[in-house]
Design a protein around this ligand. Structure first.
Ligand code: AGP
Length: 630
């Protein structure tokens, strides 16, 4: 949600900002803008109609912003000729005020000498705005963000001794809520300053200058060296220097880290969409996630950081997550309880954080989040830690807030996921759940060694089986071509198939905007079966497992009510074919592992339906990749 890119260096920054914003499009947004510091005598070109402020100094800030996608902003920029080597850029996902040009960022103060971009929500903005209005400030937008440039103006005038960094530090103490904030000032042309409360912010370091960004892909083409900014820290970057200060204003020494993500890994590489590319990267993502952790049947899970004694004494595991990650959590519950014989409770993060949960001794807390930034999951972690829990995070993003705030981290190594829809990060999370379940079971001695060996053997060849499914993607396209006009989809599954039914429905609704629901098939008779008629497509997740026959009865029941049946079956299951209008066959595996194989066709099916409806699958409406506001 909202994306920030800022640059100070030797190069002209307009394209750096625009390209950086394009790489943040996946976060979800509805308007975009840039602000560039331009030397007054260097300003040429056509008349600037909007947001053009002139001040008496050598530099002025040129702001150009537009509602809609970045290409709209680019079109508008054709009317302007702006050169400068210091600038800030932003993609806005509207929270306060509609997504129009005025509400887009950057926002200026009264003098036009300070411009601010912000990702987050200022909870006390109304009272601050009132105070500022009393002091004579005039506002043009309906956003909470606009108060930030005006507050900086006030502090620079009165309390910060003219120092932009001090003004930012003062501001961080004043606001409540969340925010990654970057400020540019015409009177401070050699620096950019930023502050952070609970929204992601990183600094990219390069020979040609330094960057602020919401996420690494924004600046990967310029640098692989990053520093992560923590809550209540303020930062000053110049062309050559990065200075980070804590809440008290004390300078902190923090070493940069290097990421091995390549720019190519954050590009489409010939695929039509990121989502398609990322689905096809799943065998790789699963292999990378297993690499070094599971070798020839033996686990190396040092990062879990629990002694064998602690594992043997575990009495309960709590897993929390949102959305797709929640479906990985539900799979985790099933396999951990089955193999390791430890009770597992799963909660939606946004519920857990407010339900006064019980944390006991011998309790393990696992948070699953691909982005590592989901605000509800972060708040739930903080709540659990406050009550004494030890937290393990499962995330795909090195250096993310949740990774840093957890006691230990198990990284999924799926590579950058740009599509808003979680696909390859999901199957990587599932493989982590399998590995954690088996690892705990092995240490506890709760699984028979032949069963253990057989499952491990299967896990090691799962990437090949996922590849086999991907190789048949055209079959799913055909089924999608024939069914995409239906307006009601029910996804049914049982046990290992149930979280995948939920995931299949979530995938379909988020990218196609068709109404879809996932149910435990046994629940059908308790209400949802009333929905079924000839306009309904029922997608049955029916692998050959111990609930196969129960599931088959459920499908027969909906068939009897004229629904169209599309079944995900195990290869050679001729019986289910008899009751299905369409089938897709997946390879055989151990029954606990069917989840990971059944979800891949569901992802592809949702994708092809959405393409038939001409949807933007990478950036579905109203959705964001990192949900950083509550
Ligand atoms: C998945 O396709 C969705 N975009 C969404 O449900 C997502 O899984 C959810 O917002 C949780 O995100 P996280 O894994 O980054 O915490």
């Amino acid at each position: 949600m909202c994306g920030i890119v800022a640059y100070i260096g030797n190069n002209n920054c307009k394209n750096i900002l625009i390209n950086g914003l394009k790489r943040l499009e996946y976060r979800g947004y509805d308007s975009a803008g840039i602000g560039i510091l331009a030397k007054k005598d260097a300003i040429s070109g056509k008349k600037i109609k909007s947001n053009d402020k002139v001040n008496k100094n050598k530099y002025e800030i040129k702001v150009v912003k537009q509602a809609g996608k970045i290409k709209e902003l680019e079109k508008l920029l054709e009317n302007f000729d702006i050169d400068g080597t210091v600038g800030i850029g932003h993609t806005r996902w509207a929270t306060h005020g509609e997504p129009n040009q005025v509400n887009a960022h950057p926002h200026l103060d009264c003098t036009g000498k300070i411009a601010v971009v912000h990702n987050g929500i200022i909870e006390n903005y109304a009272e601050l705005k009132e105070e500022l209005i009393k002091k004579g400030h005039k506002f043009v937008s309906n956003t909470d963000t606009e108060i930030l440039s005006h507050l900086l103006e006030e502090y620079l005038k009165n309390e910060a001794d003219g120092k932009l960094l001090i003004a930012m530090q003062r501001l961080l103490r004043k606001i409540r809520g969340s925010g990654a904030i970057v400020a540019l000032s015409a009177e401070h042309p050699d620096e950019l300053v930023a502050g952070r409360i609970a929204s992601p912010l990183i600094v990219g370091i390069s020979r040609d200058g330094n960057f602020f960004a919401s996420d690494m892909p924004a600046v990967l083409e310029h640098t692989h060296n990053f520093v992560v900014i923590n809550d209540y820290e303020s930062v000053r970057i110049t062309k050559e220097k990065v200075e980070i200060y804590d809440f008290e204003g004390i300078l902190i020494n923090r070493e940069p880290f290097k990421v091995n993500w390549t720019l190519k890994s954050a590009e489409k590489a010939g695929y039509e969409d990121f989502m398609l590319k990322e689905m096809f990267e799943q065998p790789y993502g699963i292999r990378e996630t297993m690499r070094g952790r599971l070798t020839n049947g033996t686990f190396n899970f040092e990062e879990i950081n629990l002694s064998n004694e602690q594992i043997k004494n575990l009495r309960k595991i709590q897993i929390i997550a949102c959305g797709t990650s929640l479906h990985a959590a539900l799979t985790g519950k099933l396999v951990i309880e089955k193999w390791a014989n430890i009770p597992v409770e799963v909660d939606i993060s946004s519920e857990y954080r407010y339900r006064d949960p019980i944390v006991n001794d011998n309790f393990l807390f696992i948070a699953i989040t691909q982005s590592g930034e989901t605000i509800d999951t972060l708040a739930a972690i903080r709540e659990a830690k406050r009550k004494g829990a030890k937290v393990i995070a499962v995330t795909n993003v090195v250096g993310s807030t949740i990774a840093r705030e957890s006691d230990s981290v198990v990284y999924t190594h799926a590579g950058p996921e740009i599509g808003v829809c979680a696909t390859k990060t999901f199957t990587a999370q599932i493989i982590v759940m399998y590995m954690i379940g088996l690892y705990l079971a092995r240490v506890k001695g709760s699984i028979k060694s032949d069963e253990y060996s057989q499952i491990i053997e299967e896990i090691e060849i799962i990437p090949n089986k996922v590849q086999q499914i991907l190789n048949s993607a055209d079959k799913l396209k055909k089924i999608a071509d024939e069914t995409y006009k239906h307006t009601c989809f029910l996804f049914l599954g049982r046990i290992y198939g149930f979280p995948m039914a939920l995931e299949g429905a979530l995938k379909l609704k988020e990218i196609s905007y068709i109404h879809a629901e996932g149910y435990a098939a046994g629940e059908m008779k308790h209400g949802p079966i009333a929905l079924t008629d000839s306009k309904t497509v029922v997608v049955g997740v029916i692998p050959q497992d111990f609930v196969y026959e129960k599931m088959l009865s459920n499908l027969q029941e909906v068939k009897a009510r004229n629904a169209k049946i599309f079944s995900i079956i195990t290869e050679g299951d001729n019986n289910t074919k008899k009751y299905s209008d369409y089938v897709f066959e997946i390879p055989k595996t151990s029954e606990e592992l069917y989840g990971i194989l059944t979800v891949v066709p569901l992802q592809l099916y949702a994708y092809y339906i959405a393409k038939n409806l001409d949807r933007n699958v990478d950036q579905p409406r109203n959705l964001a990749k990192s949900v950083t506001v509550e």
